[in-house]
Design a protein around this ligand. Structure first.
Ligand code: PGA
Length: 243
């Protein structure tokens, strides 16, 4: 399975950054699929800059309905029109800061798929949940209730305590969780569950990428902080195994 290296810019970046960044990431190695998810306001500029390249463009959220009186929200068809092919949904920062429940994430994922976008559904346990031995249960529950019935997207496993902290789980814990997620996807979707990329996210950096990306059932990375620097994202992409 070809690995996906996805950059999540979160609420960082300015229009003036786009030209140099997109110019640099076009040098990405061909054995991975590269995807950049900038803030909404930069999507159009990124789309123009990436035209003709194989780098995909994603957003970081969408509304659950295609239009309506929802001040400040962005609908999935708008993202598609702006050139996005993917959308991150249920990131732990959205779940925490905006009270997004599994049901909300599921509704957004359905809207994304209807608009022809590929949803990247984020799941992951908090530190207290891991310490209490509940990580597997938490992630299985999130998966069961956040994924639409006809899910055709990507899953990102992001332990909340590893995001932006410089800490990463033990390799055995990543392997165990990715195996759990794969089993849940197959139980839910049959053979189709086998071909879904399961990304690891949480403090992926150039110096730990090779180790994390080589683990079984890791189908790429969702990269926050390190994706802001083109050279770091390129180093992470270069570290991805050829599978
Ligand atoms: P990080 O963020 O790489 O900065 O830890 C990952 C994410 O939140 O997607």
């Amino acid at each position: 399975m070809r690995q996906i290296i996805a950059g999540n810019w979160k609420m960082y970046g300015r229009l003036a950054d786009v030209a140099a960044y997109t110019g640099a990431i076009k040098a990405a190695p061909a054995h991975v699929s590269l995807l950049i998810c900038p803030p909404f306001i930069l999507l159009d500029r990124f789309a123009t800059a990436l035209k003709g390249s194989s780098i995909a463009l994603g957003a970081q959220d969408c509304h659950a309905t295609p239009d309506g009186a929802h001040t400040g929200d962005i609908a999935a068809p708008m993202l598609a029109e702006a050139g996005a092919t993917h959308v991150i949904l249920g990131h732990s920062e959205r779940r925490e800061n905006h009270g997004e429940t599994n049901a909300v994430v599921k509704a957004k994922a359905e809207a994304a798929q209807t608009a022809g976008l590929i949803p990247i559904i984020c799941v992951g346990e908090a530190e207290a949940e891991r310490n209490a031995g509940e990580a597997g249960h938490v992630v299985r529950t999130q998966l069961a209730h956040s994924l639409p019935e006809n899910f055709t997207g990507i899953v990102a496993y992001e332990p909340v305590w590893a995001i932006g902290t410089g800490r990463t789980p033990a390799e055995a814990d990543v392997t165990a969780m990715h195996a759990e997620i794969r089993a849940a996807l197959i139980a839910r979707l049959g053979a189709d569950g086998q071909s879904i990329n399961i990304l690891y996210g949480g403090s992926v950096k150039p110096d730990n990428a090779a180790r994390l990306l080589a683990l079984p059932e890791v189908g790429g990375a969702l990269v926050g902080g390190a994706s802001l620097k083109a050279e770091d994202l390129l180093a992470i992409a270069a570290a991805a195994p050829r599978r």
